[in-house]
Ligand binder design. Structure first.
Ligand code: SF4
Ligand code: SF4
Length: 124
């Protein structure tokens, strides 16, 4: 919050706060279950990998495009996302030299090299 108006707005939101009921919580659990069934890459966008990548591949953005394809199935949309991110960074998934620095830095233990190979096969 950066001013009084924003603070008042936020306070008003929670003045009449009512927690979710059982039916609503059940709906949230169903939605979580449906999302869990999708095979998304569990990248948290912490960007530790990009700090150590010698080729400057925008790894989390590449994974965003992969996940968007998994969730929405719109290949053209996801390919544009991929192209935008890699053009901006000046490096694409197939530029990976397999040094492994990113995998050593990734707190999620993701098999980044293999995932980038898949992304290159999908989008390039
Ligand atoms: S393995 Fe590939 S993506 Fe990972 S740091 Fe090395 S060049 Fe970058
Ligand atoms: S270090 Fe791992 S979790 Fe973090 S942005 Fe890179 S790939 Fe994603």
């Amino acid at each position: 919050m950066s001013d009084m108006a924003q603070m008042r707005d936020n306070l008003a939101t929670f003045c009449d706060f009512r927690p979710l009921g059982e039916r609503e919580r059940a709906a949230v659990r169903r939605a979580q279950g449906a999302m869990d069934e999708l095979d998304q890459i569990p990248c948290t966008n912490c960007r530790y990998c990009t700090k150590v990548c010698p080729t400057g591949i925008p790894i989390p953005s590449v994974f965003d495009a992969c996940n968007s394809l998994t969730v929405y199935g719109d290949r053209e949309f996801s390919r544009k996302d991929y192209e935008f991110a890699t053009r901006d960074a000046g490096a694409k998934a197939s530029d990976c030299v397999g040094c492994g620095s990113c995998e050593a830095a990734c707190p999620q233990g993701l098999p980044i090299i293999e995932l980038l190979e898949r992304a290159a096969a999908t989008f390039e």
